[in-house]
Design a protein. Structure first.
Length: 404
């Protein structure tokens, strides 16, 4: 039986907040007949707190769980986070040297230095190393801090570590074509590579929607325009709030803007909504995944809302948006995703950070019921064909089989 290490610093375990991609991968590989160690950190990134290790020991997992100590941090972009990841990277090396006996290492990147520890260990052992590229550092960091020369100096270690990791890969998994191809941008590599969208389990999404829909009241005549995800620097929630006010000014107050999720800018934007008297804008807050599914399916339009400079490509929430079977307004400027929206026909692309453009798009689709139904059907079809994990994640097993 082949033994695989799956390494992720941000994995969601039982009863935790966060993204479930790496938990699912660990389960999926175990069910496929591999012996799997899921290696993660004592610090829970989404809760910004140390995990309750005694509680976790009582939980039941199909795979083995191993933890490395990480001191933690309070903010997503913070010098303490850099230090925390550095300590985690050293502790990962120590764990792998002491207990590692693997046929392949599958590791999330970023964090870049943690992935580098895994890649260098794999090289020393002469075993395949596969990064799962689901964000780009330091590119994403420049959203918050982009000062000429200063940012170059500050982010150089991230850039250096990324290129070192990419030079050591045996194969590549990316959550978009852009991320899949990033490792070969500056490296002369001839390795197998595949795109596997973050996706979701549509059966789980549907079950959540069915369970919680009765609890969510939607008044007669209301038209919901919803966003679900982080309320942070990359995401253009400000324009959604102000578009809500613009729609009220057009006597379209029955169009409700629903913002699901939390993040560093939530309080600031809630204050903006109050100051502008945006009575049709509601900050729902964090909703557990099944309840979020119900909100999305009750909505009429979904907004994939990003600022102009956002480096993101095809993000986690896309699988859920598509599974809801609703049309999408996309402001993400990723050429790959904008082309997909056009080609697959599940929504429309507009320019970000423009209140009038967003309000116009909402109003146009509000009056186009036939168009919304057509886009919604396409959304669900694409979700089932390309984003449903039980099917799409088979590509990961194909790559591992090729390398082992």
């Amino acid at each position: 039986m082949k033994k695989i290490a799956v390494i992720s610093m941000g994995v969601k375990l039982d009863n935790e907040k966060g993204y479930s991609r790496f938990r699912y991968i660990a389960d999926f590989l175990t069910e496929a007949g591999y012996q799997v160690d899921l290696i993660t950190t004592t610090f829970q990134h989404w809760e910004k707190a140390q995990r309750d290790m005694d509680k976790i020991k009582k939980e039941d997992y199909k795979f083995n769980l191993k933890f490395i100590y990480e001191p933690g941090y309070k903010k997503n972009i913070d010098l303490r986070r850099i230090r925390s990841h550095s300590i985690a990277a050293r502790n990962l090396t120590a764990l792998l040297e002491k207990e590692g006996d693997y046929d392949l290492i599958y590791c999330e990147i970023p964090p870049n230095d943690v992935a580098l520890s895994a890649a260098e260990y794999a090289k020393r052992r002469g075993i395949p190393f596969v990064p799962d590229v689901n964000d780009l550092w330091p590119e994403a960091m420049r959203m918050v801090l982009d000062i000429p020369v200063v940012s170059d100096i500050l982010f150089y270690p991230l850039k250096r570590d990324a290129e070192k990791v990419y030079s050591l890969v045996s194969g590549i998994i990316g959550t978009s074509d852009e991320y899949r191809d990033r490792p070969v941008k500056n490296q002369k590599l001839d390795v197998p590579k595949k795109t596997v969208y973050v996706g979701n389990e549509i059966a789980e999404f549907d079950a959540g929607a069915e369970k919680y829909s009765p609890e969510i009241e939607k008044k007669e005549g209301e038209f919901w325009v919803s966003y679900a995800g982080t309320i942070g620097t990359s995401y253009d929630i400000r324009t959604m709030v102000l578009a809500g006010k613009e729609l009220m000014n057009r006597d379209l107050g029955n169009i409700k803007i629903k913002i699901l999720g939390g993040g560093p800018l939530k309080e600031e934007l809630e204050t903006l909504a109050r100051e502008k008297d945006c009575r049709n804008v509601e900050f729902v807050g964090y909703a557990p995944y099944p309840k979020m599914a119900a909100y999305l399916t009750k909505s009429d339009l979904l907004v994939n809302s990003f600022v102009k400079k956002a480096p993101q490509s095809i993000v986690t929430k896309i699988g859920d948006y598509l599974a809801a079977g609703k049309p999408m307004i996309n402001t993400c400027m990723s050429p790959e995703f904008r082309e997909k929206v056009d080609h697959d026909g599940f929504g429309i692309n507009i320019l970000p950070e423009d209140v009038k453009i967003l309000a116009d798009a909402v109003e146009k689709l509000y009056h186009d019921e036939e168009g919304r139904e057509r886009m919604g059907r396409r959304a669900r079809q694409i979700a089932e064909e390309q984003f449903d994990r039980p099917q799409s994640y088979k590509k990961i097993i194909e790559l591992i089989e090729e390398l082992t």
